[in-house]
Design a protein around this ligand. Structure first.
Ligand SMILES: [Zn+2]
Length: 297
């Protein structure tokens, strides 16, 4: 099943296709035409975008902010959406019947909550997951962070410094302003990467932008900074706006190789209850759950 088909299925369960747009500042909640279900398009750019032609040949220089701006600052993106070259949206075939659950914690006003029921569910069922933490969430939840990072069930990943859609040209998604240029892309990725590196003792391997939107040039910058951009193929909670029944239905569309996105920062949402209904069925059908680093190399 194609990514587009899967996303359409998830969208059909209701709500919008924000990776996490509704989970930060209520003032940043999706609005306008782009927030309607199905209106956010997954655009796959051509394999050889024109912007790449302007990339200097040879190995990348050391990925400082100055070097990043020098290398990517004049490039023009050709795509904007949930995927771009280099964005991982499904697990490799070698992962077999594995499914990767990923949960974002977006931080900021209204987005700093902790879904204890969801985390307890994963622990009770020994279901591993990858947790994408924004710097603001970590700052507001240091004790929680320490518990999560020390739990081998969970992999900690980078959900950005200020929770911005990742753009080199100032595009926005769901009413959330994106980064404005290559320098701000660097800040968004490297700021939280450095924070997590100090806390974890090693850099996070995976990055997902606020709202999960990116353009193709920004995705290249993520790779140059040493991280894999993690997209998704099943949207389980639509920015934590789904009811438990909707989460249940959306999660059950996951199959071998799926990367499922949900949220762990809205305890009043339907994510935990919906996942509690879906996990037994997914396990009974022979699936297993992995952290992204377990199978994406
Ligand atoms: Zn988010």
């Amino acid at each position: 099943m194609s990514l587009g088909r899967r996303v359409v299925l998830a969208a059909g369960a209701g709500g919008f296709l924000a990776g996490c747009a509704a989970s930060s500042d209520p003032g940043e909640r999706p609005r306008g035409p782009s927030s309607r279900p199905g209106s956010a398009t997954v655009r796959t750019p051509p394999p050889a975008p024109p912007s790449s032609a302007s990339a200097p040949p040879g190995p990348a220089p050391r990925a400082t902010r100055v070097a990043t701006v020098a290398r990517y600052g004049r490039m023009t993106p050709v795509s904007w959406g949930f995927t771009a070259p280099g964005v991982v949206t499904e697990l490799p075939p070698a992962a077999g019947r594995a499914i990767a659950l990923t949960f974002d914690a977006c931080g900021g006003p209204g987005g700093g909550g902790y879904d204890r029921e969801l985390i307890d569910l994963l622990r009770a069922r020994k279901v591993p997951a990858t947790l994408f933490l924004n710097a603001r969430w970590t700052d507001a939840n240091r004790a929680r962070f320490d518990q999560l990072m020390s739990d081998p069930l969970f992999e900690i990943a980078n959900h950005g410094t200020r929770h911005r859609p990742l753009s080199v040209s100032g595009r926005s998604a769901y009413g959330i302003a994106g980064t404005r240029d290559a320098g701000e892309v660097f800040d968004e990725v490297a700021g939280n990467r450095d924070k997590l590196t100090a806390l974890l003792g090693h850099p996070p391997r995976f990055f997902r932008s606020g709202t999960a939107y990116c353009d193709d040039v920004a995705a290249r910058i993520v790779a140059e900074l040493g991280e894999r951009f993690a997209g998704f193929s099943v949207n389980a909670d639509a920015g934590a706006t789904f009811t438990p029944a909707q989460v249940h239905r959306a999660a059950l569309t996951a199959t071998a190789g799926s990367i499922v996105i949900g949220h762990m920062n809205h305890p009043a949402g339907g994510t935990a209850e919906g996942m509690a209904r879906a996990l037994p069925a997914l396990l009974a059908s022979g699936h297993r759950f992995v952290r992204l680093s377990d199978v994406v190399h």
